[in-house]
Design a protein around this ligand. Sequence first.
Ligand code: BV8
Length: 281
Amino acid sequence: MLTPMTTPAAPHSPFAVAPEVLQALRGVRRVVVFTGAGVSAESGIPTFRDALTGLWSRFDPMALATVDGFWADPDLVWGWYEHRRVAVHHALPNPAHRAIARLARYLPDVTLVTQNVDDLHERAGSPHVLHLHGSLHHPRCLECDTPFPVPPDQAVTRPADPDRLYETVDLLPDGRRLPPPLCPACGGLIRPGVVWFGEALPPGALETALDAAGHCDLLLSVGTSGVVEPAAGIPREAARAGAGVLHVNPQVLHLTGVRQWQANGPAGVVLPALVDAWERV
Ligand code: BV8
């Protein structure tokens, strides 16, 4: 745990960046920012391993976030993802998302790689976001991959009237089962546009992320438990290639290897302070 030491917090920041981290920021030009569910926690989006709520509270996300889980109960899984998609629409980017977008405005080479399936980085102003695990906002056909555009603020489901593609419904506070719409092209089930466990990542996404990690000066790992593979290999690749790795997490992490640091606190507090300090070094 970095104990805030001689480096005074910026006037408006409750978090003081430790000297060794400030030293690591000096002269850095190529940065990879690697985010997980924790970066969206302060926007009110539960992290992936937080206990599920409402209808899904008795299910394991690992079981729901699979093709088998979808086939076993399409209405339950589609209802879960629509619940999450509409919740993200009503959420706002938090100071962590905004600080990451600010970083890209004054450093020459910032690559943002996220495990998240929300669009909060984009809505905070980050121009290029590499989504390793897909997106809630791009449902598609399970059979033919045809994209199925949906309204951002309403959950959609299959209507009783076969002549209609879908109908929009209000979500109950604890969620609801929703029969997924059918593909207009082939009649297959529409599925969430995310990467489920056991599915391959989008073509080229991992290679692009690993290449950036292998050529950066510093990797910021923000709000991730580092459990999910192969994404968890990205900070490892940065460290292997000799870059510094700074972990931002309220939890104290067990770090191994040289040039690894951690700033323990919520990303929405730590990152604005870090970027403020970075601008001053
Ligand atoms: C694949 C979309 C092969 C769905 C997600 C080794 C190599 C390769 C694969 C494997 C392997 N070992 C095991 C596997 C299989 C599996 C896997 O990793 N299993 C794990 C669980 C053991 N991996 C896969 O299946 C991957 N596919 O390998 O395919 C293949 C190849 C070719 C052909 C066919 C197949 C696919 C993995 C993708 C799964 N999909 N998301 C959905 O969202 O519903 S992953 C899911 O977990 C989310 O995207 C989430 O982002 C991600 C990672 O979790 P975290 O982001 O870290 O979130 P978590 O809740 O765990 O932690 C939050 C952290 O934030 C905590 O540390 C907390 O302390 C911190 N925090 C909390 N509050 C804050 C905070 N930090 C900062 N500020 C705060 N305020």
